[in-house]
Ligand binder design. Sequence first.
Ligand code: GLV
Ligand code: MN
Ligand code: MN
Length: 407
Amino acid sequence: MTNINGKRLRERIHTLGRVGVAADGRRTRLTASDEDKAGRDLVASWMKEAGLRVVVDQIGNLLGIWETEENRGEAPVMVGSHIDTVINAGQYDGCLGVLAGLELILTLREQGVRTKRPIIVGAFTNEEGVRYSPDMLGSLVYAGGMSCGEALATVGTDGTVLGEELARIGYAGTVRPGFVTPAAFLELHIEQGPIMDAEGYDIGAVDRLQGIRWQKVHIEGAANHAGTTPIRMRADAGLAAAKVNIFCREMVGKSGGVATVGTIAFKPNAVNVIPSQADFTVDLRNPDKAMLDHDEELLSGYLKELEETDKVKITTQRISCFDPVSFDEGICRKIEAAAGRRGLKARRMVSGAGQDAQMLARICPTAMIFVPSVKGISHNPQEFTSDQAAENGANVFLDVVCELANN
Ligand code: GLV
Ligand code: MN
Ligand code: MN
């Protein structure tokens, strides 16, 4: 049984994890920022050191290609994930999948193993969607779900244009996204939820991923004096926003989904002024598309009701809309079998997070491997997966990629 080099994987996770850590200790590598550039430069240097051909496509996806004389021209197996992060992030989300992909190629090369298909490891642009929407943008464009032109014109939360920022950091490539259609795609990722840790599982064979809908909500009320304006005479955008947040929470309590108001800004944002404007985001998710559609309709109805009851004007803008995805059953079985051969305990999982794999599933058989996140903490610097758990996952990843690449 071939094993990846756990020490090298671990060291690289921590080396990449130090990139983009500010003086205050917070790790942030937003898409196409200087910190993202530094992370990309590091990963690209490791790809080159591993003897891979490095390709950057027009949406900035960074791809390392391992092909030999014998397998050139065959449809490759693709692996990968992302290295952009949320604000004040942990060091495993996305990075484990990219670095374990690189690690498995290095292992195969060092062991002199030849595969029938080339293997490509990718770091996709803007998976997190914090700076630019939608999330999973690079893999979405790669899979043909959005035109590259439209994606490059995306305006970020800071007013920047993605295409200009990619050019600025030197990652506006020339190769057409989707230039090669993989025979299969496999992504290793931390679970980012509490189930595997709580139940004592080593490996998740991810067969489904829940649907995701993001929208921006703008509420227009009227600024007025906080001390003199009677409650009944207010058009309080801030209060209306709070009601929306509570409505969403109660709504998903019935539908079995999740809802998050993760950003909010008031205007004029002063202690003694009734907010005239509230701008916030709503993230709705559900593994059941019908339920998700229904929740969106309920929310839309509630916003109309609020306009009447709270004397405000409300507009919305949808910024992300992805339906639930089913992954490839055959690959999930291979993951379970590989885990079994290594004496690891596996279970089926649904991904609560959005993933690059959900986009690649549009163009080739795709699945994911999860490893446990201690206490289920993620999108938080406390995010942690033990060295052994990461190594177990990377070894199962190696086994399944080998099978797929010899198929
Ligand atoms: C990506 O991390 C997402 O699920 O929002
Ligand atoms: Mn991720
Ligand atoms: Mn994430």
